[in-house]
Design a protein around this ligand. Structure first.
Ligand code: ADP
Ligand code: MG
Length: 343
């Protein structure tokens, strides 16, 4: 997960150190809430002629942001039985959906093709039997028969988009946008802030971030790539400019059975959770939606094929790979300019 440094420092008790160094007229405003099963936060700076604008009051902005995030849930959540996505999942053949859902599904289909099927939003039935879906079952390993049965109904080749109509060629097809909807939500809120003329912001939904402009005193937004070890939480500090950043990792959402750790990321080839030494994948892109999907795609591909894919596509990607009790960093040359300091 990537975090804004202020968030980190607040956690580690160093917030005072940072804020005491910064004395400016514009202040950093902060909105936070819950969405998509996780937290969200928006930090932003208003310029002097925006500060007395009632339309830009923190309360109004929060209400507008919540409204937009609610809409995304109503469109793309498999946790809501009446969402567009759930209605499509129940449909025999097809459903006309919003522009938003169509755009996300189209990007997901592009990633399916680019990743040779490693990234596949039709993986939902497999996600569900492993206990990572909306009807959380007790965490146990499903039988090989059940896995084989569900694998038959997984495959984005059964899904098509024409205008706003999503169609399936098998009635059981079931989509899961959990790997990309948070990123879409970040873009939606960031674009909304831009529309309002707010150019200095950080939008964060559960560790998927997009930043633009500066903090007060023209400071850059400093982000941290997490090191998943108790007590030493920062692996790298980065400045990403006006970009989005997404991280996928298996160290937060997993279950353990007989001492084996099962990740929530499923390899559609095997029907099982990925099983390799990749701890986290961090991707920088203009689009938070695309970065979110890409991070999941590279996670499925694994350290070797994932890095090869990132290099081939010239993507700024950073991998943390487990090596014994330690971690090894691997990154593409496109990622290097974002590091705050050499290692
Ligand atoms: P996180 O940011 O929480 O690590 P990701 O963005 O990596 O999450 O998405 C993980 C979720 O994506 C899983 O919980 C599951 O719902 C879904 N998923 C699992 N495997 C795949 C896959 N191969 N392709 C697309 N989505 C997947
Ligand atoms: Mg993702």
């Amino acid at each position: 997960m990537v975090k804004s440094l202020l968030h980190w420092l607040a956690l580690t008790g160093l917030a005072f150190f940072v804020s005491s160094c910064v004395k400016t007229e514009s202040t950093l405003l902060h909105i936070q809430g819950q969405t998509m099963g996780t937290y969200y936060q928006v930090k932003y700076v208003l310029d002097t002629n925006q500060q007395n604008n009632k339309k830009l009051s923190i309360e109004t902005l929060q209400a507008e942001i919540d409204k937009r995030l609610e809409l995304v849930n109503d469109q793309m959540s498999t946790y809501r039985p009446d969402s567009e996505l759930s209605r499509f999942n129940r449909a025999e053949k097809s459903l006309i959906v919003s522009d938003a859902t169509r755009r996300v599904v189209e990007d997901a289909l592009l990633l399916f093709k680019q990743s040779n099927g490693a990234y596949d939003i039709t993986v939902g039935p497999l996600v569900n039997i492993w206990g990572f879906g909306p009807d959380k079952k007790p965490n146990k390993v499903p039988s090989d028969e059940l896995i084989a049965e569900k694998r038959k109904i997984v495959g984005s080749q059964y899904l098509s988009v024409e205008g706003n109509r999503l169609s399936k060629s098998i009635p059981e097809l079931y989509l899961d946008l959990s790997s990309i909807a948070k990123g879409y939500g970040v873009d939606l809120i960031a674009d909304y802030l831009q529309q309002l003329g707010i150019n200095n912001y950080l939008v964060d939904i559960g560790g998927e971030l997009r930043v633009h402009g500066f903090k007060p005193a023209n400071e850059q937004w400093t982000l941290a790539i997490e090191r998943p070890v108790a007590g030493q939480n920062v692996q790298r500090l980065i400045h990403i400019g006006d970009n989005a950043i997404a991280t996928s990792g298996d160290y937060r959402n997993y279950f353990e059975s007989d001492g084996i750790r099962y990740s929530h990321t499923i390899d559609p080839q095997t029907g099982k959770p990925i099983n390799h030494k990749l701890v986290s994948v961090t991707v920088i892109d203009k689009s938070s939606m695309h970065a979110d999907g890409l991070a999941t795609a590279i996670t499925v591909l694994g350290p070797t094929a994932g890095l090869a894919f990132a290099k081939e596509q010239h993507l700024p990607v950073f991998l943390l790979v487990k090596a014994g009790d330690d971690f090894i960093e691997q990154f593409t040359s496109e990622f290097e300019p974002y590091f705050l300091e050499e290692k």
